[in-house]
Design a protein around this ligand. Structure first.
Ligand code: ATP
Length: 592
């Protein structure tokens, strides 16, 4: 497929306000994509690699601005690009204002010069950028990226710039891709009497209905969704849906080495649990960082809750798993930091280890981490996602024995007994308890009612840093005040191009000078605009923020403000897409 065709469809999608029409446009594009389907599906989501693959292009805003400036011609500098960005507000739109053709030489004027970008070529070139390492890698990335922009039309440049930064801003989220795949490839397959079926049946009666957007059948959507949650590869799922239909999707199982979305929990009480399920499975809620363990019989890889590969920073966990497991297995659990006497250390200690690239061996001596596994999703060639929690936990005990590395699971119908377990967990320094439906299956990516968490009320929100202010005097080189925002879920945005984040307050307290230095280092590469002391920061870092109360306020775009906000920590284990939502903030404010 020509990259220009994709870019043209991206423009149409961006301009389309209707959800169903958006799904229809995406579905048409997928149907036309031929062998480029997996790439087209990923590109529409601003991705080069599948969601489970943590490979990055390693191209920050500064390098991108430089590449755009270079392709735009001799008179344009990266500073000019940044000035335009300050005015226009978004790098894709900025890139589309330049005429890159001038650099193309004579071929550019020859019309069909055979030099048009294809989707496959852009994909391969971006992957090449991701592979660059070693001396002079920054320069090589810049040269390669320049080469792409140099051949791009304005609408292609817009898509390229957005792709490089990983955000397409065309209103196509995961839900749209899921529905579009269902509509493009599963429509018309056998299923129950579906909306799509009805819409099709209508066609014969109504001449105009050809133009009416059609929604995909519910069971087709469910089949695609399941495949996505298990594989986290939208491109592959689309291809399987096209080639092998629903049966093919149902066959997509766990693969050791490819992380699954983590099952999540809601807040709940012992009485609710026992009333709903008859009996509840109760276990400690460990205060650490989520980890998914993939052991293929020989080696082990560890993945964070966002599916980032965290194998290298946690060598002792890898050694432990390699020692304990013989056959292939996928386990779900928590990494905790423990003191010399085995008692749990605060969560912050774990984070000192979790994403560390350097000094791993030195930190290993400073902070001891251990695995606490609580679930088993695959054992010895058998997928266990559809097995009951009780059975999965038994399999886990078979693999690791009754050791500290496996959660203690008590199944009971007695709220008193649950209260005792909770007291014991809290006095042992744990975060609280988890209540789980013993008969429930493992639902990847779902925050349902089958897992309930109970912990003493700590009022914190996980919010995305979207701005900051430089400090004064001795702190002039440090960012000192941080603007934090809640995430607006796609379904709650009125317009595809609406902001994805709503500001909620400024955090300036609870941070030591030393910490400010590391936060500044961390956030500076993400600065996208600067005016006086104030900077805008692209969503990349999540802060855990404590507060006393949520108030209504005209000051921030969320129309709420936090009373006495204070910095607790960086949630290294979360990305902006895991941050708390505006809908949650509203619910918390209503419930106060
Ligand atoms: P929190 O900040 O409360 O951890 P969260 O948004 O990170 O919330 P939740 O789904 O709300 O995640 O809470 C479940 C989390 O608790 C899991 O993601 C996991 O990291 C952690 N956890 C600790 N012990 C357990 C356990 N025994 N079973 C399941 N999850 C556990």
């Amino acid at each position: 497929m020509q990259f220009a065709a994709l870019a043209a469809r991206a423009e149409e999608l961006e301009a389309e306000p209707g959800d169903l029409a958006t799904i229809g446009l995406a579905a048409d594009l997928f149907a036309e994509a031929d062998e480029d389907l997996p790439t087209v599906v990923r590109f529409l989501q601003g991705r080069v690699f599948p969601a489970w693959d943590s490979t990055t292009l390693d191209v920050g805003p500064a390098l991108l601005h430089e590449a755009i400036a270079r392709a735009a011609g001799q008179n344009v500098t990266a500073d000019d690009v940044e000035a335009d960005l300050a005015e226009i507000g978004e790098i894709g739109a900025v890139a589309a204002t330049y005429d890159f053709g001038g650099q193309r030489g004579l071929g550019a004027f020859a019309g069909d010069d055979g030099d048009d970008l294809t989707v496959a070529e852009v994909d391969e070139t971006l992957r090449e950028i991701a592979r660059v390492t070693g001396d002079g890698s920054e320069r090589r990335r810049l040269d390669t990226l320049f080469g792409l922009f140099n051949r791009a039309s304005p609408s292609e440049a817009k898509v390229l710039a957005r792709l490089v930064l990983g955000e397409m801003r065309i209103g196509v989220g995961e839900g749209t891709v899921r529905d579009a795949v269902a509509l493009a490839f599963l429509d018309g397959e056998t299923g129950d009497e579906s909306e799509a079926g009805e819409a099709e049946a209508d066609d014969g009666d109504d001449e105009d209905s050809d133009d009416e957007p059609i929604s995909p059948a519910d069971d087709a959507v469910a089949a695609v969704e399941r495949a996505l949650q298990v594989s986290n590869d939208y491109g592959m799922v689309a291809e399987v849906a096209r080639e092998d239909g629903r049966a093919g999707l149902d066959d997509i199982g766990l693969e050791v080495g490819r992380p699954v979305q983590a099952m999540l929990a809601q807040a709940g009480t012992a009485t609710e649990a026992v009333d709903d399920w008859g009996e509840a499975a109760v276990e400690t809620k460990f205060d650490g960082a989520r980890v998914q363990v993939h052991h293929d019989g020989e080696g082990t890889r560890l993945f964070s809750r966002n599916m980032d590969d965290v194998t290298d920073p946690l060598p002792e966990v890898v050694e432990f798993v390699d020692r304990e497991l013989d056959g292939p297995a996928v386990l779900d659990g928590e990494i905790v930091a423990v003191a010399d006497d085995g008692s749990p250390c605060p969560f912050q200690e774990v984070l000192r280890r979790f994403r560390r690239k350097y000094d791993v061996e030195r930190m290993r001596d400073e902070v001891r981490v251990e695995l606490r596994a609580f679930d088993c999703l695959h054992a010895d060639g058998e997928d266990l996602l559809d097995a009951s929690l009780s059975e999965r936990h038994e399999r886990l005990e078979e693999l690791l024995g009754h050791t500290d590395a496996v959660s203690d699971l008590t199944v009971t119908d007695d709220p008193e007994e649950i209260a005792e377990i909770e007291d014991a967990a809290l006095s042992a320094g744990h975060e609280g308890i988890m209540l789980k439906d013993p008969g429930s299956t493992y639902a990847p990516g779902k925050r349902g009612r089958n897992w309930l968490k109970r912990k003493p009320d700590v009022e914190t929100l996980d919010l995305v840093v979207t701005g900051a202010e430089w400090g004064e005097g001795r702190r002039a080189n440090l960012l000192g005040t941080f603007l934090v925002s809640a995430r607006i879920e796609e379904a709650d945005r009125t317009d595809a191009t609406d902001d994805a984040y709503a500001t909620l307050g400024k955090v300036a307290t609870g941070i030591t000078d030393e910490r400010l230095e590391s936060l500044t280092e961390r956030l500076e590469p993400h600065i996208v605009r600067e005016e006086g002391q104030t900077v805008d920061i692209e969503p990349a870092v999540v802060f855990e923020v404590g507060y006393e109360e949520i108030q209504r306020s005209p000051t921030y775009s969320s129309e709420y403000a936090l009373r006495f906000p204070r910095f607790v920590d960086v949630r290294e284990d979360k990305s902006p897409s895991d941050a708390d939502t505006l809908a949650r903030v509203e619910r918390l404010a209503d419930g106060q």
